[in-house]
Design a protein around this ligand. Structure first.
Ligand SMILES: *[C@@H]1O[C@H](CO)[C@@H](O)[C@H](O)[C@H]1NC(C)=O
Length: 133
């Protein structure tokens, strides 16, 4: 086998290992994960955020204010710690702010909550918005 083919095989094996590990294992462990949520709703609305799987509190966020959680431990795939509800005048949505696969790029995930969905920077350079669940 050429060196190139061997490198590709090794990469492929690593990728398969990584994929199966992420899909098969029920929980991922994180260390000092920061989850931040900023009220970026237009129209001066207040936002209430609650993530019942991690914290029973309802966080009341005035316009442009934020809340931060710092979490170490397991992220369960069946009962995600950062599956949260977002409520403001006339609206109620839920969203998972930390999925171990889609949030693989962030140790500090900063979500900006807007009417159309939650947004964040991916790999520092790409700003993307998700749809509400
Ligand atoms: C947001 O909350 C503050 C403090 O409770 C309140 O004074 C204000 O009227 C609220 N704004 C809206 C748009 O509901």
């Amino acid at each position: 086998m050429s060196l190139f083919a061997r490198s590709v095989s090794i990469l492929w094996a690593l990728m398969l290992f990584w994929l199966s590990r992420n899909n098969a294992v029920a929980a991922t462990t994180v260390n000092q994960l920061h989850i931040l949520v900023t009220n970026s709703l237009y129209g001066n609305l207040n936002l209430t955020v609650s993530c019942n799987n991690i914290d029973p509190a309802h966080h009341f966020l005035r316009p442009v204010t934020y809340h931060e959680w710092i979490y170490s431990g397991d992220i369960s795939r069946s009962k995600p710690q950062f599956l949260c509800s977002f409520q403001w005048q006339g609206a109620s949505h839920s969203f998972n702010m930390y999925d171990p696969i889609s949030e693989l790029d962030c140790k500090k995930c900063h979500w900006y909550i807007k009417q159309d969905g939650p947004c964040r920077w991916y790999f520092v350079s790409t700003y993307r918005c998700a749809k509400w669940n």
